[in-house]
Design a protein around this ligand. Structure first.
Ligand SMILES: N[C@@H](CCC(=O)N[C@@H](CS)C(=O)NCC(=O)O)C(=O)O
Length: 224
C-alpha cells in the first residue's frame, strides 16, 4: 500500500489503545483524519471496518482496515520506517522481547484497572483487582530498571504500548488508594520523560478528565 494513500483513525479520546496509535502516527509524522467514535451508538463505518470485535481503534489506510492497537502500531512502524523504528529493525530477539512486554501490558493492565473501577470498594474481588494491578505495574517497573526507555536509550514499541496507561495513575489512586509515586517511582519518572515528546504530550489523556469519565462510566456500568 503506497504511503501516500489516505489514512484515517477511528478512535475515542479516552482510549489507551487509541492513544497508542496516535503516538505512533505522530512519531512517524503521518497526516491522518481523526474520527471520534460514539461507542454507545457505533457508526456504520466502525461496524464495517471492525466487524469481528466492533472496537476502536481502527486504522484505515487506502480504505483497508487494520484492527487491534498493537498490530496497528506495528503496521505504522513497518509502513513508515522513518524517522526511526519503534521495534528494533535489526534485532529479532529485541523485537520478540518488546512484543512479549506489550502483550503482558494488554493481558494484565486493562483487565485489572477495569475491575478496580467497576467493582465495589472493600469487597474481596476489589482487593484482588488492586493486588493484581500493583503486581503488574511492579513487574513492569522491574523490567524498566534503570533504563531511559523499555528498549534502552530510544523511545520504542513498549513505551508506546504502556505510556497511555500512566494517565490512569490518578484514577488508580482514587479507586484503589495506590500512589504511583510511592510504588513505582521509576515508572513515574519514565512517564515524565515520555511526555516530553510531542507525540505523547498531544495524545495522552488528561488524568483528571479521565477520572471524571471513569466516574461517569461507573455510574452507568459499575457496582454501586
Ligand atoms: N485489544 C484491543 C482493545 C480495544 C478496546 O478494548 N477498545 C474499547 C475502547 S477502550 C472499545 O472499543 N470498546 C467497545 C466495546 O467493547 O463495545 C486493542 O488493542 O485495540
Amino acid at each position: 500500500m503506497p504511503t501516500t494513500e489516505e489514512v484515517t483513525l477511528l478512535d475515542l479520546w479516552a482510549s489507551p489503545f487509541g492513544q497508542r496509535c496516535r503516538i505512533a502516527l505522530a512519531e512517524k509524522k503521518v497526516e491522518y483524519e481523526y474520527i471520534e467514535q460514539n461507542l454507545a451508538d457505533k457508526s456504520e463505518l466502525l461496524l464495517r471496518s471492525n466487524p469481528v470485535h466492533k472496537k476502536i481503534p481502527v486504522l484505515l489506510h487506502g480504505g483497508r482496515s487494520i484492527c487491534e492497537s498493537l498490530l496497528i502500531v506495528e503496521y505504522i512502524d513497518e509502513t513508515w520506517p522513518s524517522p526511526s523504528p519503534l521495534l528494533p529493525a535489526d534485532d529479532p530477539y529485541a523485537r520478540a522481547r518488546a512484543r512479549f512486554w506489550a502483550r503482558y501490558i494488554d493481558d494484565k493492565l486493562f483487565d485489572c484497572q477495569t475491575r478496580l473501577w467497576k467493582l465495589k470498594s472493600g469487597e474481596p474481588a476489589h482487593e484482588q483487582a488492586k493486588e493484581d494491578l500493583v503486581q503488574a505495574l511492579t513487574t513492569l517497573e522491574a523490567e524498566l530498571g534503570d533504563r531511559d526507555y523499555f528498549g534502552g536509550e530510544a523511545f520504542g514499541f513498549v513505551d508506546v504500548a504502556l505510556v497511555p496507561f500512566t494517565a490512569w495513575f490518578h484514577t488508580y489512586e482514587k479507586f484503589g488508594g495506590v500512589v504511583a509515586e510511592e510504588l513505582w517511582p521509576r515508572l513515574v519518572a519514565w512517564a515524565h520523560r515520555c511526555k516530553e515528546r510531542n507525540s505523547v504530550a498531544m495524545a495522552i489523556a488528561d488524568p483528571h478528565k479521565l477520572y471524571d469519565f471513569v466516574l461517569f462510566l461507573k455510574q452507568k456500568f459499575g457496582a454501586k
